[in-house]
Design a protein around this ligand. Sequence first.
Ligand SMILES: Cc1cc2nc3c(=O)[nH]c(=O)nc-3n(C[C@H](O)[C@H](O)[C@H](O)COP(=O)(O)O)c2cc1C
Length: 109
Amino acid sequence: MTSLTSLVYMSVAVDELTDHDLVAMLREARLRNDALGVSGLLLAKDGRFLQVLEGPAWSVEDRFAAIERDPRHTEVQSLSREQIESRRFDGWAMAFGSPSDADVLDEPG
Ligand SMILES: Cc1cc2nc3c(=O)[nH]c(=O)nc-3n(C[C@H](O)[C@H](O)[C@H](O)COP(=O)(O)O)c2cc1C
């Protein structure tokens, strides 16, 4: 099996993105990710992003390099980069979540 890389980073949004901006960005991201075999998860909360990118190493690095240059966010900080045996977000060209405070407060801890 080809080895897969999983990369996690956090960043700070430069301007509050509107829902419309986010949807447009996701639509494009999903097309590119699909073409490159990248899957993952993007969370947006309180002006911060957390994203997991997974796929063949070269395609993850290609997308991360483009994402790092994106002026819509700053302080892009990679948190982990690891080899994985199988995808955790198989079938998601980029899953998206934006948990509300109510969702988060309902959880213990
Ligand atoms: C928070 C955030 C997450 C993004 N996620 C992706 C992504 O998963 N895939 C992708 O292709 N572009 C993503 N983008 C858009 C890229 O930063 C970039 O604009 C796009 O890939 C075009 O770059 P390129 O023309 O250099 O390939 C994201 C941008 C932001 C701000």
